[in-house]
Design a protein around this ligand. Structure first.
Ligand SMILES: Nc1nc2c(ncn2[C@@H]2O[C@H](COP(=O)(O)OP(=O)(O)O)[C@@H](O)[C@H]2O)c(=O)[nH]1
Ligand SMILES: [Mg+2]
Length: 458
């Protein structure tokens, strides 16, 4: 952590609002000299003499040249997001102005911020823990109201507090066991095994609830991967285009047109569905198409939902039943869709009624609303409320799994009468994984990995 801190002496600057034309843009500085550097290029009040949380009008200059008229907001350490001296310059939202202002600030001693560096500094100064810092990024990226609420809950503390409490209880036991080890041969038992067992079970119960919440949390954050599959020419690409209301995928009557995986997102009932158009499933001699077919099979295995399309003008009941067997083996929820209903015989439609089909015409846009309803019904996600604890982050999920496994090893070891040194090792391991979630334990690599995914200016 200390190598990070030395790097934090710099004053950093970045555009905090979106790139491009806008009414107003906000440039943000943070670091010990943030106010002093701004003062060097600002004409107006003496900023360094002003109290925190005040806003000042003036001009920003590069030598004699006025770049813009601006508002400067001051936040003095530790009462800012980063807990450092911070300045927000609101200027007119032209990329040229923004560039000029940043350039002159760099000239006077600021350095360009790295991705996520403001949030990283806030974390390193203890404003919030790591899970909360990650939630800041999720909040900005939230595409649905559910995703926003889940991120907000996590940012406001979520499971961090609970995890830290459990972790401290576990630390207590770890130290007792290590004390036993110091006594070597003597047969002492400071850490009551029954109490330890009871604590571990309590922690595991909590972990399991969090682990299970990831199914829903992941869907809320990343959307539901929904694969559109079926034979070549069934109308998959047409359906994708119809669902998205745009010409995303190439449609043609030549079987095997779609070779790569094409995808796009759509929000249905507050859930983000990621529709994935695939190469049609068939045996093929074409090398490139064969790769596409292989990709289709892989995507189907990873899907949360499969929309399986049959061409009603060609399909037979035998073929449908055969393909349904394959679908059932995958064990992933699927919807059977009969496409090209405009070309189906009434008798065939009648026969398929009892097989739970949704009949559509992708090209004529018939029954698309019914299909959407069915998609939504097959994926019920509860609305996220304030205070709901939900794991949405893959990193947290993996650490929770690893913690749980380490704790299970402790339980198993106790059942098998394994010696204290092994117990201590597994407890330490569990503590490590738990600590990484909230950032009690960090490494530079872990931090770089997390914060480099943020945008610059955040
Ligand atoms: N009659 C009819 N033709 C359709 C319908 N949907 C798609 N098609 C046609 O079927 C052919 C194959 O469509 P495409 O979407 O490329 O199929 P894919 O290979 O499954 O992606 C194209 O000529 C489409 O115009 C439909 O509902 N009715
Ligand atoms: Mg296609």
């Amino acid at each position: 952590m200390h190598s990070q801190l030395s790097y934090m002496n710099d004053t950093i600057v970045a555009l905090a609002t979106a790139q491009g034309l806008s009414a107003i843009a906000v440039i943000r500085l943070s670091g010990e000299d943030a106010i002093a550097i701004t003062q060097k290029v600002f004409s107006g009040r003496n900023l360094e003499a002003q109290p925190s949380h005040t806003v000042h009008f003036g001009t920003l200059r590069d030598g004699d040249k006025i770049i813009d008229e601006v508002l400067v907001s001051l936040f003095k350490a530790p009462n800012s997001f980063t807990k450092e001296n911070s300045v927000e310059i609101s200027c007119h939202g032209s990329p040229v102005i923004v560039k000029e202002i940043i350039k002159v600030l760099l000239k006077h001693g600021a350095r360009l911020a790295e991705a996520g560096e403001f949030t990283k500094r806030a974390f390193l100064h203890g404003r919030f823990d790591l899970a909360q810092a990650e939630a800041v990024a999720d909040l900005i990226n939230a595409e649905t109201d559910n995703a926003r609420q889940a991120a907000l809950n996590q940012m406001r503390g979520g499971f961090s507090r609970e995890i830290n409490t459990l972790r401290e209880e576990l630390i207590h036991f770890a130290s007792l066991i290590e004390l036993e080890l110091d006594f070597g041969e003597e047969d002492v038992e400071f850490a009551k095994r029954d109490d330890l067992r009871e604590l571990i079970k309590r922690i595991q119960k909590y972990l399991r609830a969090l682990i299970e919440s990831f199914d829903q949390g992941n869907v809320i954050k990343n959307g539901v991967p929904t694969v559109i599959a079926g034979k070549p020419n069934a109308g998959k690409s047409t359906l994708l285009n119809t669902l998205l209301n745009e010409d995303k995928a190439i449609v043609s009557d030549i079987p095997g047109t779609t070779r790569d995986v094409i995808e796009d997102e759509m929000i249905l009932g507050g859930i983000n569905f990621r529709f994935i158009d695939t190469a049609g499933l068939r045996e093929t001699q074409d090398v490139i198409e064969a790769i596409g077919v292989e990709r289709t099979r892989e995507r189907m295995k990873k899907a949360s939902l499969i929309i399986y399309l049959f061409d009603l003008s060609l399909a037979t009941i035998e073929e449908i039943l055969h393909e349904e067997q394959g679908l059932q083996q995958l064990g992933i929820p699927y919807i059977k869709v009969g496409n090209k209903v405009d070309r189906a015989t009434p008798a065939f439609v009648e026969e398929l009624q009892k097989h739970n089909f949704t009949f559509i015409s992708a090209s004529n846009k018939t029954n698309i609303t019914e299909l959407k309803d069915k998609i939504l019904a097959s994926f019920q996600v509860k609305t996220v409320k304030a205070g709901d604890v939900l794991v949405t982050n893959l990193r947290h999920y993996q650490n929770l799994l690893q913690t749980n496994e380490a704790l299970q090893r402790v339980l198993d070891s106790m059942d098998n009468g394994v010696t204290g040194d092994f117990l201590a090792m597994d407890i330490r391991q569990a503590l490590h994984y738990l600590g990484e979630i909230t950032g009690t334990i960090t490494t530079d690599d872990l931090l770089d990995n997390i914060f480099s995914k943020f945008c610059i200016g955040k």
